[in-house]
Design a protein around this ligand. Sequence first.
Ligand code: ADP
Ligand code: MG
Length: 526
Amino acid sequence: MAENQQRRMGGQPMFILSEDSQRTRGKDAQQSNITAGKAVAESVRTTLGPRGMDKMLVADGEVVITNDGATILDEMEIEHPAADMIVEVAETQEDEVGDGTTTASVLAGRLLAQAEDLLDQDVHPTTIVEGYHEAARIAREAVDDVALDVDVDDDLLRQVAESSMTGKGTGGITAADLAETVVGAIRRVETDGDVDRDAVHVTTQVGASSSATELVEGFVFDEYPANTQMPRSVEDATIAVIDLELGVRTGEIDAEYQLETVDQLNAAMDSEEQELRELVDSLVAAGVDVVFSTEDIDNRVASMLAGEGIIGYEDIDDDDAKAIASATGASRVGTLEDFGEDDLGAAEGVRTDTYGDDDVTFVEGGAAAESVTVFVRGGTAHVVDELERALADALDVTTTAIETGQVVGGAGAAEIAIADHVRSEADGIEGRKQLAVKAFADAVDVIPRTLAENAGWDPIDALVDLRAAHEESGRAGLVAHDGESEVADPIEYGVVDPAAVKKEAVGSATEAATMIVRIDDVIAAS
Ligand code: ADP
Ligand code: MG
């Protein structure tokens, strides 16, 4: 090792790296990076598809039970730098299209395994990299070829949403019912194919069965009125959203008064009282029914507000304030000095309901913009957490499907088509690059193969059957329905994924795999 770290200059050894840095080069470096990357990808393989199993991750006494690839990889707290690139694949996939994280990481792992074989056959890393990039281009072309340009109607969207949630533990509610809620939510915030995804919120509340999950036309958050005497609900509400402490103004310097008589004390208190009264009066004068503040509301102000029949919510989160402001049309104000009608928002109703020990506030029917909330219920925290993740995926893929208008058959059908197309195009490619393109095609088979394994099928038989059916009808997947799996046309069973999810998976997996393959020198400073 030391040998690697020195250069000779005029016969004298010259050290260019610190003595404790670790250096691995050539085949060893490739080997260890590939092994690490493969291991990480392998760890999520059993969760893929409708028959995928969940993982329980335990860290610092916190337990997460999930089937979601991105979540698993994130919770694993991986330290190996090459392995971490696989985690990034999942993250990119999640950020770009919201689903297909397991697919992308499993594919990346398989691309690395194939690259390892090629390296053993002395195919040069840059040839592998070029071949993979070429193959990825062909693969994306194949996705376009098999994409159905269909009407993205509600039926199709429900199928897309449901396909993204199969295999996730959703408790007592069916994926079909959830899909209905998801499509309802997205349609509310869509205008001519443009989805305002940020206007769809998900709020969770442990307690009831997950079948009580509902779509609320508005915004839901867990806060309660600052004073128990305040009303718990109001209709046709005029709303103020403020970033201002409702209390006595305190200057930069803490003032201290020297009070000598009871009269002086009374006078001081009166003047404070006066100041608070003015704050409340300005809200009353503006006709405010509900005030949401990101800051404190002084107890005396809270009781004055209660006396005026105004509801005040204090210390609300900045995100909540933002969502309320945009839904109701209120502008957030930092002072009440020139506070006027234009600063106010409106909603059909504001109410606070009690769920067990928790209070939940609903701001419904905001006047300015559509905003909806999926109010998730579930028996335990684990159920609602996993439901929340499943919903996030479903909301994202539904958005992707609307915005791109392209879907493909799921259940491995798209991957069978991709692999076949890449394999046949490989014949026209010269030299060793052809080996890399073919290896890529073989790697893509990992998706249908894994779906088969997870469904308890013999993977080799399954692939043979899938290929035969694909040859015959042009589309075949291993479709899970009614508790069984069969080789069938996934479209007939409503198993569809957005084309963008497949393209992104191919792209991000290729990027990570080629990046890892290209490395032949790892220098780690201690
Ligand atoms: P990912 O993180 O990659 O989205 P999932 O565990 O969600 O992983 O599995 C997605 C795969 O499951 C996709 O290939 C999708 O087409 C497939 N799939 C979804 N529903 C079904 C079904 N009913 N039968 C077979 N495959 C399905
Ligand atoms: Mg998924």
